[in-house]
Design a protein around this ligand. Structure first.
Ligand code: SF4
Length: 390
């Protein structure tokens, strides 16, 4: 009986163990399942998050790309519209209209050049008047010049009966049509002569006939220079005959004046030119000088030196010194305005230099009278005046 009870107890224990084992297994399985489920859930969540992030990034990128594309397209459209507007604006100025604008601008340039002395020259003349002694012929001559300048401006009439040689200096961009410019410019000169801004002053050299209203062979005289700017600049000089007659060219060495081929020789030549011009050329004058070049280039450069402003400085220190020295020395010669004696013989001196041949050394001098008529304009693309140069 006791054995039976023991075996029953054993069987019971075994059964309990089995049940416990089963239960543990079940629980373990359950918890593993739970953990796996949790892990899986977590993983899915993570993946989903990752995917969403990726997708969002992609969408954002796409949106940004689209936005940029849209903005660029809009900006391009805007720029294209602007360019087209500008082009159409340009196109609204027909060649005919543009020629009319050029004609008007050139006619005004001629009128102003002939009737208004530029500020830089007026200033020097007034300073000279202050320096002359009272009640002298020199002061009287300068006072008449001053009155003449005022009257010409007020009445818009030529400041001198001598129109002079009409010299145009044109700086233009590449592709500029010089022949078209000359045609329009000649028409403006004819008109200016007709209305009295210029006297009928150009004659046939062989017959002496005057029938071309200032337009003929070599007159007006044109000098074109191409520059790297997009605008056109036109300068005009009316160079009086009396002062042109006293221009002079030296070929150094020149024993008669003791001038060698150096700056001292140049100085001697220039001062000799001033001395020879006394009483002629309607002084006080301004000298344009060229050292070197051939005979023709030297004279052209000497005239181009007269396009410089009277108050500028020469960029070459030796020439700058020589310019000042010539004016100072000339004004001590006692020649004076119109050769009447006095302190003002020269108002200025401008010196340029060109290469020369070893065999030649020219000093070319252009003398400009007190009626220093030169003016210039900068033109807009439609040929209207954008700026006065003096
Ligand atoms: S030289 Fe000059 S100031 Fe004298 S008449 Fe000629 S333009 Fe006139």
């Amino acid at each position: 009986m006791a054995r039976k009870v023991r075996s029953t107890k054993k069987a019971k224990k075994k059964a309990t163990k089995k049940v416990a084992k089963k239960a543990t297994k079940k629980t373990a399985k359950k918890s593993t399942k739970k953990v796996s489920k949790k892990t899986a859930k977590k993983a899915v969540k993570k993946t989903a998050k990752k995917t969403t992030k990726k997708a969002t990034k992609k969408v954002a990128k796409k949106a940004a790309k689209q936005a940029t594309k849209k903005t660029t397209k809009k900006a391009t459209k805007k720029v294209a519209k602007k360019v087209a507007k500008k082009a159409s604006k340009k196109l609204t100025v027909s060649p005919k209209q543009s020629q009319k604008e050029l004609f008007d601008s050139l006619l005004e340039l001629i009128r102003v050049t002939s009737t208004v002395l530029p500020d830089d020259i007026q200033k020097v003349i007034l300073e000279a008047l202050e320096k002359e002694q009272k009640d002298t012929s020199a002061e009287y001559a300068l006072k008449i010049i001053e009155a003449n300048i005022k009257l010409a401006k007020m009445k818009s009439q030529p400041m001198c009966q001598d129109t002079g040689t009409i010299l145009f200096f044109v700086n233009h961009p590449p592709g500029f049509r010089q022949n078209d410019f000359v045609k329009v410019c000649n028409k403006a000169v004819l008109k200016a002569t007709e209305v009295g801004y210029l006297r009928q002053n150009s004659v046939d050299s062989l017959t002496g006939k005057n029938d071309c209203m200032n337009v003929g062979l070599g007159h007006p005289n044109y000098h074109f220079h191409e520059h790297n700017k997009s605008h056109v600049e036109v300068r005009l000089m009316l160079k009086g005959g009396g002062c042109e007659n006293v221009g002079i060219q030296y070929s150094l060495p020149d024993k008669t004046i003791g001038a060698g081929r150096d700056l001292d020789g140049v100085r001697r030549a220039i001062l000799d030119g001033v001395h020879k011009a006394q009483g002629m050329g309607c002084g006080p004058g301004v000298l344009g000088v060229c050292i070197g070049g051939d005979r023709s280039a030297g004279y052209v450069e000497s005239k181009e030196q007269l396009l410089r402003k009277l108050d500028d400085s020469n960029s070459h220190p030796d020439l700058d010194h020589l310019e000042k020295d010539i004016v100072e020395t000339s004004n001590k010669l006692g020649i004076g305005p119109m050769g009447f004696g006095g302190n003002t013989t020269l108002l200025g001196c401008k010196i340029g230099v060109l290469n020369r041949l070893p065999a030649s050394f020219f000093v070319s001098i252009s003398y400009m009278c007190w009626a220093y008529r030169r003016q210039g304009v900068k033109l807009k693309s439609n040929n209207q005046v954008s700026q006065w140069l003096y």
